[in-house]
Each structure stands twice: as C-alpha cells, then as structure tokens.
Design a protein around this ligand. Sequence first.
Ligand SMILES: Cc1ncc(COP(=O)(O)O)c(C=O)c1O
Length: 478
Amino acid sequence: MRKNDATLQLSKEAMRTYGYKVVDAVIDHFDTQYKKLPVAYATRDEMDDLFKEDIPEKPMDADAVLEFVLKEVMTKSTIVSHPKTYSFVPGPSNYIGAMADTLATGFNIFSGGWAASPAAAELEIITMNWLLKIFGFPVVKGGGIFTSGGSMANLTALVTARRIKCGDDFSKGVIYISDQTHSSNIKAIRVLGFKKEQIRVIPTNLEFKFSLNKLKNAIAKDRLKGLKPFCLIATAGTTNTGTVDPLSELSAICKSEDLWFHIDGAYGGAAILSKNGKSLLRGIEKADSLTVDPHKWFYQPYEIGCLLVRNTKHLTGTFTEKPEYLKDVEGNRSEINFYDHGIQLTRRFRALKFYMSIKTFGLQEFRKAITYNIELAEAAEALLRKSPNWEVISPATLAVINFRYNPIDSDLSEKELDKLNQYISGKVVDSQKALLVTTLLHDQVVLRMCLINPRTTLTDIRETLNLCDEFAEEYKRS
Ligand SMILES: Cc1ncc(COP(=O)(O)O)c(C=O)c1O
C-alpha cells in the first residue's frame, strides 16, 4: 500500500487548490503587467525588515505562505516583460513557455541522459536541429546543448575551443575579443584559467565593429612573440548597440590563422528569423560554435541558453567522462546523453518550453514578432530624428537604439550633457514608470533602448520620451 501520510506531501485536493491559485496569479500577471509600474526598487534594510527570520522549524499554513509570497515577493521584482522595460536585455517571455516550464518542473524530468528520459532527450535533439537549420549549421554533423543562459553557452564553447586548439597546454594561447564583447566571455576566459595577458581586446571602429586591420596586426605580433593565437570571439548583436561584427571576414581570418571561430549571438542571433536580421547576420553559419539565447529574443522564460557547434564530436570529445555509476545507461551512439555535451549532469528539461511554444505559435509568429521589434526601433529612431531635443548616437540596429538629450539650441559642454542624460535616466528609473538606463558610447553618456518586447508600442516610446523631456526641463530649471 502506498503511504498517503508520508511527509512533505499535500492531499490531492490541497494540491489542486494551491496549483489553481498559482496559475491564477501567473495569468493575472500576464494580463495586468502593463498596468503596473515596471521598476522595483528596495533597499537591503527594507527587504531585511520584510523577510529576515530564523529558519522556521514548525510548519505554516500553505495558503498563508503562498499569499505572503504573492503579495510581498512577486511584487518586488522589476517586470522584465513590461512594455516599458527597455534596459539591459528585457525578458518578454511567453505564457506557453511559462506553462511548459511548470510542467517540466512539476514532473521533475531529469534531462541529463537518454535512459532516464528518452522523450526529453529526443525533444532536445529535435529543437536543436531546428536551430541548426535556422542558423545554417550542418544538421547531421552539428549539434549543441541547451544551457542555463548565454554565459554558460559561451563558457561551454570556450572550454571546447581550448581543448580542440590547445590540448592540455594552453600556457601560450591567446584569445581575441573586441571592446564590445560581452563580459560573460571575459568571465569564461578567466574561469578557464587564462591570464589577463592572454586576452587581446581589439578596439572597434566608429560603428562598434571588430577592426579587422587591428586584429590582423595583433595576431601577427603575437605569433612573432612565440604565442599561440587560438580563438576569436565575434559578436552577432552587441549588447550596447546591436552591432554585428563582420562575420564573413572574421571567419576568413580564423580559417587562415587556424583559430576557433566562436560567435556570441546571445542577443542578436534570433534576428535571423527576420529579413533584415538575416541579411545583417550573413556569415553566422561559418562559426565553429554559436551562442544563442532563447530566453532573450526567442521570447522564452528564464533559463534557457543554447550552444550550437559545427561538429558534435567537439563537444562529446570535450565533456565525455565514463564513470562506473553511469556505465549501465550509456546507450547506443544515436541515443544522446546531453551530460556528454556540457558541464551539467542533472539538468532541467529546458527544451520543452521552446518546443511547445514554437509548435503552438508556429515559427511564423516568432518571425512576425522579431520583425515588429526591428521596425519598432526604426520607428523610434525616426521619432527621435524629428525632434529638436534628441540626438541619435547609434542608429536602430537589431532593435537597439542609443540616443541622448541634446537640444539644437543647447550650448552645454559634453560633460554637462553627460550629467543631464544621467539625470534624466536616474529620474525616469526613480519614477518607476520605465526602466531606461544609460550606457557609454565613445565616452558619451547615452540612453539605450532594447526593444525586443512584442507588446511595446510606439505610444509607449513616445510617452517615455515625453517623460524624459519633462525631467530635462526640470534639470535646466534647477
Ligand atoms: C551578447 C551577450 N552575450 C552573452 C550574454 C549573457 O547571457 P545570459 O545573461 O543569458 O547569461 C548577454 C546578456 O545580455 C549578451 O547580451
């Protein structure tokens, strides 16, 4: 007889009531988020006052805990899927993906090896093959792995690159990145034990693209010093400006110099589903490894990143260990154990949300949403260019645009303009009405909008710019 009063359990009815409350809360969030203020702000002291307690030894009523969490916890996070969350890389998400994640967690599916969950492994293979095809990678020879995000995908790529190109001795290895390369790559390089002197940061040109001539010079100098150039990281959609590095040219350099060609497409990769993006991303199919990040512009809830590789054997050769306790579940060669493709053994079933949302909406809805985002950024650029108050600093590229307040009749110095734009951003964020923070481009403080939310409208952007105008006036009066 199954024991019904085992501990850490709820009755069937209690589970149902509880589950419905959770689902209702998620639906309300999806339905009403645009009416809420997107920005959460609280000090550590305020959070300590609310939450700090000794570990509770005694049970509490489940509903009371849930109510407390819904009221106090879920309301104190920035709404990254809010139409007026413009900063960093927003997380627009989608309901099917969220429910799929709930299923994957509810069934607690182990997505490490084939033997434990053949269907989960198969769906990872299927969705990975869709991505390989989308990005023009070889489907039979190629492969990949879903990771927690772009950072882990980049790390997985660099571990692989180092093994393939350097073997065990990487003391002379040199990696080339640009000054716009995402910090997760630098973190990965440092995690791998490379010294700072083994990282060459190549300055970008005026358009924030990898400077080819400077790169060639750097490689030649390193060879003269007896070092071993082995890897280049290009970016397909930089975080700051959405810029795509000259991928075909960089690929040719990698080929002639025998470098591993990694492309970080965590931000911009998804744009391949639009016409404009496809043409900007030409050459992406030439990478040895490519990071894409479905929890960004493929509209998936956190966490799902992805690494694609041209040759799966490069992954299995790097990550396969054969401990005695996994001997009985090895399976045959076609039955993929994803624990042999990356760092994690126990993995959640990330492929499910991607699979279910693509099947439900069809790829065409994703194409539509991505195209809309790119066109929205272009419309925002046109709006800014028509205004006497605003200056576009980097044009709309893959749904990112940078601009700053600089009225045509202004006699403010660069320093004062920096201060003014910093002030505008600070005030907008403090108002909690929009998340619009600054970045630095060519030493200028600029406001940056990343417009990958399909629910953001030009009216949202207009309202946000009006808010900025108000704070600019306030600054001038002060
Ligand atoms: C270009 C790029 N690479 C990597 C990352 C890191 O991805 P994640 O935050 O999913 O780890 C980001 C995040 O914004 C990014 O923009």
